[in-house]
Every structure is written in structure tokens, then in C-alpha cells.
Ligand binder design. Structure first.
Ligand code: F6P
Length: 420
């Protein structure tokens, strides 16, 4: 069989290491020219396939692809774009297959989270129905760490490290001011429905009394009275109080403490702004001076303080996706299987997309402290290896060096336009 082309797309919110997965795909594909001729990347994710706007990664030098390993963001552009169900919008899926046919694409690599694994699964089903030979692989990515089956998700370890490091550093700042000035510091982190990122803030504290003193998780319904009592207690006992709050923190009736009021293409509420809500409570009910920070995109793009474990795993899942595809596996995703906590050991296995699509993995009860405001030893054991190791990017004139891709378009072969 002659070599066919591969399509690779980044999907959903990007991470500090999603480009390392891209490098894993491209470098591995380049080692198998007899099976994979070119890797075409979707400009702005799946939209690039629908609009036949693809990037020819063969035009990039080996050095540029290597540089992806230390470049945050999505090098080809990502998209929050949900393909509807086959019944609702078959035309979209047929268009994908039409583009793939025109460019002799035999491999589809989709790098994203839960929703994207659903899309990859549907594309594999339709290709089969349409008798178009297409090998479909999901590649895991999400800072939220909420994909099932895999022990953890590439992207998470680096956010976790950023949040733990920032909590530790900011805590020293607040402590030094606490006698005469700021008493409470609140750090807001991402995570939508799952509290993995907020839990990682807990790694900053080792001894009783260490910051963070309170973690507000989406898994634990927010109890204002108990929260304020704990803040007061901390200030009385330690002079200061550091709070890590998840953007997904919610009241017992499910309402988010802060919802921006907008929704994305997947129907997810846009979150953000919970820190000022919590800070206002502290000020108005307790009268303490506060500072707060919203880590927002800083946490997701902090490649300078990435976890070496995370970078390694992000590359490994990209590489494994290509290897699985070449072994003839389809409708699967490489997953990380932990084989030991200490020493930390892991390997890559494959799991069916149908087991992963549209499912969210929350922080289990055994990882949450009894009072709901912290993490347990078991949680610490799980999290610690994921933030381990540093993988600093090269620096030029004091700033991290990043990849500069040419992103040359693949010449369109279809005369039809597709509007998304
Ligand atoms: O991809 C997950 C995530 O990083 C969430 O934690 C966050 O709520 C969301 O993306 C933000 O998405 P966007 O960048 O599309 O606003």
C-alpha cells in the first residue's frame, strides 16, 4: 500500500504542552515515510478540515518541530467547535470525508478533551459507514485533568506545577505583610467542573499552618458560613490566610459562584471572576484587607515552569498515537497508565474512544479532606509525581524562545466552499 497523508488538529482550550504532542505526532510520522507521506495540520483545528484550510507541516524544518516542545499555545490554532450529531448535521461529517478523500488522508489525529474524543469517535463511525478507510486516533489534552481511563491528562501537570509554585510564592509575600496590611490572598484557578487544578494548589503546603489554608473545590458545595469561620480562624492562628478557589466552585443548588453569562459552542458556561466574589465576602463580613489573582490564561500557557513529567507525557501520547495508527488500531486514544507512585512509573496503553467520549472524571472523595477545605495524603501521592521535574525552555534576551512556524497552506483541491 502506498503512503497516505495524516490530518492532525488541536481542539479546545490549549495547554503549555499541546505542541509537544504535535511534535510527537510529526516527528514520529516523519520516521515512517512509507506509511505516512505528509502531516497536514488543521488551521484552527477541525475548522481547517471543513474549510479545506490545512497547513503543510512538511514545510517546517526539524528544528522548528523540535521547538514546538517548548512553545505554549496551539501552534496551528485550536477551535471550540462542536460537530453536531450525525443525524443533526450529516453534511458536516460528509464534508470532512470529502476533504480527506481529496487529500488522500488516511489518518486522523484529534488532540483534545472529552468533547473532542466524541468527535473523533463519530468521525471514525461515519468513515466506516461511508466505506472510507480512515484510521482515527484521539490524543489526550486538557488542563482540567478530567478525562476518564487515563491516569492523568497531558497539560494538567504543568498547570498544577504553576499553581503550586504560585501559591507557595504568593503565600510568602502575604505572610510578610500580614501584621500591618494584607491578611487574605485568594488565587482563582481553572477547572470548570473538576477540582484537580485547585487541589494541586494544596501541594504548596507541607506542615500544618502552611498555605494554602483553604481550597474551594467544585466537588464540595460552597458553605459561606463555614468558609468565613475558617478564614477568621486562620488569621487568628497564623496571621494570614491563603485561599485557592476553583472557577467551578458552586453553591449547593449548583449555581456557580461566578458565571460570566456566556456559553461556548459546547454549551459550557464561561467561568471566571470567582476570586473577587470570594474577596468581597471576606471584606464585607470580616473586614480583612485582601489581594486576589486570577491565574486564567497565565496558568495554561506557563511553559517556562512546565513539569518535565508533563512535557514527556505530552510527547509520548503524540508519538504513541502514530505508532498505534501504524499498527492498525483505530477509534482509540493513548492513555497514561500509572504502574507505581514511588518511584513514579508509567506507560502508555490504548483505550477505546467510546470509553472516554463525553465523560468527566471528578476529584474522588478519598482525595478531599473531611472538612472539604483541603486535600488528603492520597491526593498528594497522586499529584506529586505529575509536577515533578523542570524542563526550562531556552531563553533569548531574557525571554523564552518559542517556535516560529511558516504555516504554509496546503493547496486546496476542491472547488466548493464550506461555511462554518
Ligand atoms: O480547556 C479547559 C479550560 O482551560 C477550562 O478550565 C476553562 O474553563 C476553559 O478552558 C476556558 O476556555 P476558553 O479559553 O475557551 O474561554
Amino acid at each position: 500500500m502506498s503512503a497516505r497523508n495524516a490530518f492532525y488538529a488541536q481542539s479546545g482550550g490549549v495547554t503549555a504542552v499541546i505542541n509537544a504532542s504535535a511534535a510527537g505526532v510529526i516527528e514520529t510520522a516523519r520516521k515512517h515515510p512509507k506509511q505516512i507521506a505528509n502531516v497536514y495540520a488543521g488551521r484552527n483545528g477541525i475548522i481547517g478540515a471543513l474549510t479545506e484550510d490545512m497547513i503543510d507541516t512538511n514545510r517546517e524544518s526539524a528544528a522548528s518541530i523540535e521547538a514546538l516542545k517548548y512553545t505554549p499555545g496551539g501552534a496551528f490554532g485550536s477551535a471550540r467547535y462542536k460537530l453536531k450529531s450525525l443525524e443533526e448535521n450529516r453534511a458536516e461529517y460528509e464534508r470532512l470525508i470529502e476533504v480527506f478523500k481529496a487529500h488522500d488522508i488516511g489518518y486522523f489525529f484529534y488532540n483534545g478533551g472529552n468533547d473532542s474524543m466524541d468527535t473523533a469517535h463519530k468521525v471514525s463511525q461515519l468513515a466506516k459507514k461511508m466505506k472510507f478507510p480512515l484510521t482515527c486516533l484521539g490524543i489526550p489534552k486538557t488542563v482540567d485533568n478530567d478525562l476518564p481511563v487515563t491516569d492523568n491528562c497531558p497539560g494538567f501537570g504543568s498547570v498544577a506545577k504553576y499553581v503550586a509554585v504560585s501559591t507557595q510564592e504568593a503565600a510568602l509575600d502575604v505572610l510578610s505583610m500580614a501584621k500591618t496590611s494584607t491578611k487574605v490572598f485568594i488565587l482563582e484557578v481553572m477547572g470548570r467542573h473538576a477540582g484537580w487544578i485547585a487541589a494541586a494548589g494544596g501541594l504548596a503546603g507541607r506542615e500544618p499552618g502552611d498555605a494554602p489554608h483553604i481550597i474551594l473545590l467544585p466537588e464540595v458545595p460552597f458553605d459561606e458560613k463555614a468558609f468565613l469561620a475558617r478564614v477568621r480562624q486562620c488569621v487568628e492562628d497564623y496571621d494570614y490566610c491563603v485561599v485557592v478557589v476553583s472557577e467551578g466552585a458552586a453553591y449547593p443548588d449548583g449555581r456557580f459562584l461566578a458565571e460570566a453569562g456566556t456559553r461556548d459552542a459546547f454549551g459550557h458556561a464561561q467561568l471566571g471572576g470567582v476570586a473577587p466574589v470570594v474577596a468581597n465576602m471576606v471584606r464585607s463580613k470580616l473586614g480583612y484587607k485582601y489581594h486576589y489573582a486570577i491565574a486564567d490564561y497565565l496558568q495554561r500557557s506557563a511553559r517556562h515552569i512546565a513539569s518535565a513529567t508533563d512535557v514527556k507525557q505530552a510527547y509520548a501520547v503524540g508519538k504513541a498515537a502514530v505508532q498505534f495508527a501504524l499498527e492498525g488500531k483505530t477509534a482509540v486514544m493513548p492513555v497514561i497508565k500509572r504502574t507505581s507512585d514511588a518511584p513514579y512509573r508509567w506507560r502508555i496503553e490504548s483505550a477505546a474512544l467510546s470509553r472516554i467520549a463525553n465523560k468527566e472524571k471528578m476529584l474522588p472523595k478519598r482525595y478531599i479532606a473531611k472538612d472539604g477545605f483541603g486535600i488528603t495524603e492520597a491526593c498528594r501521592r497522586y499529584l506529586e509525581p505529575l509536577i515533578r521535574g523542570e524542563d526550562y525552555p531556552p531563553y533569548i534576551k531574557g525571554l523564552p524562545k518559542t517556535a516560529k512556524l511558516k504555516n504554509v497552506p496546503v493547496k486546496p483541491r476542491l472547488n466548493t466552499k464550506f461555511v462554518v
